[in-house]
Design a protein around this ligand. Structure first.
Ligand code: ZN
Length: 308
């Protein structure tokens, strides 16, 4: 039965590979360190091929047992043509026809997409957004990313770049962003600006996890720190709520661990700033699938592409 999918989630630190069954469960997994391959894209592609073959062998599977391979990558990905336009933090990838290359080497149907799109598909099909038609996903980390499900379909946009919530301008005169713009949401709630801000407030190097723990103990500076983060997020998301009228906004990634100190204030800000009808409808939810979301999303990607 061709119901298994080989999911590959290429991140800045790890490459996760696994077999996912028809119910979205990861039934076999393995991990590679991304840094071993960042210097050379041929090495990375070869590693994906060799490890894919190895996974099949170890599980006594033939390539015919797979419905397909789904690959999530951190960057601008042309899903339709299977092209990697460019990757964030991994050099040397420009207009690489990854789908075609993998299909030629492994003779297995392959689909590629942006990693946050895969997380969005996973949360919508199997996670916090299960059964919901209109879903916005937001991931918080070094980069701030997003994905959109509109009327039960992933919305990719004309050039496959839709959902870049991190680059929504919050402030016309704000600090310059990596993207070339100014005052983007990411410049306020990405890990780097947050750590800089934390260093000023606490007058030492302090991790976001530690600030979360301090807030759990009712430390007033830590509580105020998260309140301000939540207000920035709420302001950015208010525009999204007005634009899309989603049923839920799912938040995942590193600082989502501080959800106890974030989610209520995000909701309050949205209630205060958005139009009343969409503001009343939207729920703020924590992502459920954690680190597996990329691989599970690969399963949804392949299913959507081959079975629809
Ligand atoms: Zn930006």
């Amino acid at each position: 039965m061709r119901r298994l999918i080989l999911g590959i989630d290429i991140g800045g630190t790890n490459i996760k590979m696994g077999l996912i069954n028809h119910a979205g469960r990861v039934i076999y997994r393995t991990n590679l360190a991304t840094r071993s391959f960042v210097q050379d894209k041929t090495l990375l592609i070869e590693a994906l091929v060799v490890h894919s073959q190895d996974i099949l062998l170890r599980n006594r599977l033939h390539r015919k047992d797979l419905l397909g391979i789904g690959i999530g990558l951190p960057g601008l990905i042309d899903f339709k043509h299977g092209l990697v336009n460019c990757l964030v933090n991994i050099h040397g990838w420009k207009n690489v026809p990854l789908k075609k290359i993998i299909e030629r080497k492994l003779k297995i149907s392959t689909f590629i997409d942006n990693d946050v799109n895969l997380m969005t598909l996973a949360e919508w099909r199997y996670g916090a957004g299960r059964g919901i038609k209109n879903v916005v996903c937001l991931t918080l980390g070094t980069g701030v990313g997003g994905g959109l499900i509109i009327e039960n379909k992933l919305y990719r946009g004309e050039g496959f770049t839709a959902g870049e919530l991190g680059h929504i301008p919050l402030n016309e005169e704000g600090p310059q962003c990596n993207c070339g713009g100014y005052g983007c949401l990411e410049r306020y709630v990405g890990n780097h600006p947050l750590l800089e801000k934390a260093k000023k407030i606490f007058k030492r190097h302090i991790s976001l996890e530690e600030i979360n723990q301090l807030a759990n103990k009712n430390n007033s500076r830590a509580l105020e720190f998260w309140r301000e983060v939540a207000v920035h997020l709420g302001n950015g998301l208010s525009g999204i709520v007005n634009l899309l009228n989603p049923q839920c906004i799912i938040i995942g990634g590193g600082i989502a661990n501080a959800h106890r100190h974030l989610f209520r204030e995000i909701s309050t800000t949205i209630q205060r700033r958005s139009l009343k009808i969409p503001a009343k409808m939207v729920k703020i939810l924590k992502a459920k699938l954690g680190d597996d979301a990329g691989m599970i999303g690969a399963q949804v990607l392949v299913h959507e592409a081959t079975l629809s």
